[in-house]
Design a protein around this ligand. Structure first.
Ligand SMILES: [Zn+2]
Length: 790
């Protein structure tokens, strides 16, 4: 009963505000996620985990970190100063948005009540003018609107608007929407052609204002969004521009390639697409088309990650797509999904849904752990074993983006136009679609993304003439459609895409804009079956991507694969056999149920013949759930490109233990023969005793067999300027003698130099183990990158 009420309410409130008829320039209309119920083995567990774990986890973190009490303090109902970073309000709004989506799909009185109390805090914190930003209210009340380049005031406002619209759509309650419109009206009074000329350093408000327009039908919000877009890079305000980092280097309609901060760029393009849907500004649409082509043919990782550089969290140059140092922020993948959804609606072409799918199943989904409690901020395509998800970040934009994207997934599945229903994603479940030609229910059954067979039951209320447009992904046609940035090569020739209607093969279906179009009069019980060939494929990057030259990646269906150290001994020294078959096998017991790929390769050795290995890959999104170790998406296909396996040494064959090792570090770092560039090198595995500080710790080698030794060399980890590890205060070498640890005799000085090995010689002795006893500096922790023994 409750669910029914909610559904009626949602349908009712959606009728208010701007309608599809106001957007004549957008080819497709989305089918809102409230009308699509996913019921499958892949997305249902994730949506449920998001609802029951991630929403609560994120709210708990917002409580713990003062993000929520900032509102009470701003309202004057609590004593205290502003806590955290100046844009922390946005995190709270984003979790509210995610929670509202969850609530719309799944009634939850407890969550509903929590949101009401939270929204009351927002309302209480709002100033009489309509202003609401807890940083400025609490910390710099006289500096409002003075540092838009850096200070994210309008960015926070945008996230408030998105959350408020989501909450209103989910519950029909207007309290939060009223807070949002009061604030938007204040912003509208300040910023206008006649008023203040400025733009947000971090885009977001542009797309959010269009959502506010959609919800309220108040044209001034669309106009304000257009104003902010027109002001960006404005020729007349040349001296005030904030530069390419904020996409404020030239007018948006003149921009040709994504530059600067990747998340900002994605949000900007979303706002442009939203406004263009209403206004059909040809210059804006042309700019979007140029930016899209540039992004997906020259600046996108195979995982659908964007923003290659750590510096400025930014887009790199064309074909600058590194692996270990790839940034690929989770938020940028969210942004790429948002943008491609809008481009698909704007143009009605399936190629945008292809990009959305690539990001969704790979570079976005890697951003959250299977248990919904840990997150990647950065999503590299290679790791030495020291990159791990965290429960939260000082800047926690990514966890709070994940929480709103996961429940939105059902909203990306379908779209409509006057004649057709478009199926953009394949996922089991039922959708009730209010098509202009009549209500129709579609039920998908599929094991996607592990299997390319999709059965769709079509149930119109009455027999209806309608086109069912099924996206045929580029990978199912043997090539990606990203104009050559990535080329797929199937191990066997690709069988054709098959379509049947009521069991009868449809020979010649019309292909239009990437969709297989099935036209006819549909009646209850009609069944369509789509067979997308899903062989495991080798993927090759464009020759100009120098980091992938001579390398190969693996993809099956929409899923890109990764090789992890825990499945592949000697991973950092392997090369793949170019012609070896790739075998796919489903493993329901592994990582929540995944299809793994196996193939063969060799470990390159310079001390003897190369050895054969079986290589196992798991989906990229699922990496870093087991024992820490190296990871690679791209593997060399040529021997020359593989790094030779070093010769075994006394150290490398030892068993390593330590008094303590931080959870995301590994004792194996000590003898892995991977050499650091300097003591602050974060690019390779390490041992640290974090969070222990000022204590005496140890690390030890137990030799494979007794050995005669006379020296050790230790490379200390020290991340001064970034973290709390320093070279130790002092250390000494012990050896094992009849089970007891004794100091070595005649030891030379034990150095604590940075950026070099510290060598200690001692009287030669025969032993079965050595230990380093390390006294940490007071108040600091410490660690080791490599320890050699002679
Ligand atoms: Zn982020």
């Amino acid at each position: 009963m409750k669910r029914l009420t909610l559904a009626v309410l949602v349908a009712g409130v959606c009728a208010v505000g701007a309608a599809a008829a106001d957007r004549p320039h957008r080819r497709l209309e989305p089918v809102p996620f409230t009308q699509v119920k996913i019921q499958d083995r892949f997305w249902t567990p994730r949506i449920e985990t998001n609802r029951t774990v991630t929403v609560r986890h994120d709210f708990a973190k917002c409580e713990e970190t003062g993000r929520i009490s900032n509102f009470s303090k701003a309202a004057g109902t609590m004593e205290g100063k502003f806590e955290g970073i100046y844009f922390n309000d946005s995190d709270v709004y984003k979790v509210v948005e995610g929670a509202a989506y969850s609530l719309a799909a799944h009634p939850d009185p407890e969550l509903d009540g929590y949101l009401d109390r939270l929204i009351a805090k927002f309302a209480a914190a709002q100033e009489a003018s309509g202003y609401l930003n807890t940083y400025y209210i609490l910390k710099e009340p006289d500096k409002k609107w003075t540092h838009l380049a850096k200070m994210h005031e309008l960015y926070c406002a945008g996230h408030m608007f998105e959350a408020a619209v989501a909450h209103w759509r989910a519950t029909g309650k207007k309290e939060f929407l009223n807070v949002a419109t009061r604030f938007a009206d204040l912003i509208g009074r300040l910023f206008s052609p006649q008023g203040k000329h400025d733009v947000p350093g971090h885009e977001e408000i542009e797309l959010a204002l269009v959502k506010l327009y959609d919800a309220t039908g108040e044209r001034r919000y669309l106009d304000l969004s257009t104003f902010f877009l027109d002001m960006r890079g404005n020729e007349a305000e040349r001296e005030k521009r904030y530069g390419p980092y904020c996409q404020d280097h030239e007018p948006v309609v003149k921009q040709t390639t994504p530059v600067g901060h990747a998340v900002r760029a994605m949000y900007l393009y979303c706002g442009m697409a939203d406004v263009a849907a209403y206004t059909r500004d040809k210059a804006t649409i042309d700019a979007l088309d140029r930016l899209w082509t540039s992004a997906v043919t020259r600046k996108m990782h195979v995982t659908g990650g964007v923003g290659a550089r750590h510096g400025g969290e930014a887009f790199g140059d064309d074909y600058e797509l590194p692996n270990a140092s790839a940034y690929c922020e989770t938020c940028a993948a969210c942004g790429l999904i948002f943008w491609n959804h809008r481009m698909n609606l704007l143009h009605g072409h399936a190629k945008y849904a292809d990009v959305l799918e690539r990001s969704l199943y790979n570079g976005f989904l890697s951003g959250v752990s299977l248990d919904g409690k840990k997150f990647f901020y950065v999503n590299p395509l290679a790791s030495s074993g020291n990159h791990h998800r965290s429960e939260w970040f000082g800047c926690s934009c990514c966890p709070t983006n994940v929480v709103r994207v996961i429940p939105s997934v059902p909203g990306y599945v379908y779209a409509t136009d006057a004649d057709a229903v478009y199926v953009n994603l394949y996922a089991g479940g039922t959708a009730t679609i209010d098509h202009p030609k009549g209500k129709v229910t579609l039920t998908q059954q599929t094991r996607y993304p592990w299997d390319g067979t999709v059965t769709i039951r079509v149930e119109p209320e009455k027999p209806t003439a309608l086109t069912l447009a099924l996206r045929v992904p580029a990978w199912a046609r043997g090539q990606t459609r990203t104009a050559g940035l990535y080329r797929l090569a199937a191990s066997a020739s690709l069988p054709p895409v098959g379509v049947t209607v009521n069991g009868k093969a449809v020979g010649e279906h019309e292909m239009k804009d990437g969709y297989a179009c099935l036209s006819g009069t549909w009646k209850k019980g009609d069944t369509v079956e789509l067979h997308l060939p899903m062989p495991a494929c080798r993927v090759y990057a464009h020759e100009k991507v120098k980091d992938d030259a001579g390398h190969v990646a693996f993809q099956r269906g929409p899923v890109v694969y990764a090789f992890e150290g825990c499945d592949n001994e000697g991973l950092e020294h392997v090369y793949v056999s170019a012609d070896a078959p790739i075998v796919a096998a489903h493993r329901p017991d592994l990582l929540g149920g995944v299809t793994v790929l196996t193939t063969t390769g060799k470990v390159r050795r310079d001390d003897g013949p190369d050895t054969d290995v079986t290589l196992t890959a798991v989906p990229y999104y699922a990496w870093d759930h087991r024992e820490p170790g190296p990871m690679r998406v791209w593997l060399p296909e040529q021997r020359d490109a593989a790094r030779p396996m070093p010769k075994p040494t006394v150290a490398s064959e030892s068993k390593v233990t330590a008094s303590h090792c931080y959870a995301s570090d590994t004792v194996k770092a000590l003898n892995d023969q991977v050499l650091p560039k300097n003591s602050a090198d974060h690019g390779l595995p390490r041992l640290t005793w974090w969070p222990r500080r000022g204590s005496t710790e140890w690390a030890q080698y137990e030799f494979k067999k007794p050995a005669r030794v006379s020296a050790v060399e230790v490379y200390w980890f020290d991340d001064t300027g970034r973290g709390q590890c320093r070279v130790p205060k002092a250390w000494r070498v012990l050896y094992r003698d009849g089970g007891a640890w004794k100091p070595v005799a005649g030891a030379s000085d034990a150095g604590t130099k940075k950026n070099a090995f510290n060598r200690v010689t001692f009287q030669p002795l025969t032993t079965d183990g050595l230990r380093l006893e390390v006294e940490l500096q007071p108040t600091f922790s410490g660690g080791i990158l490599e320890w050699r023994v002679e």
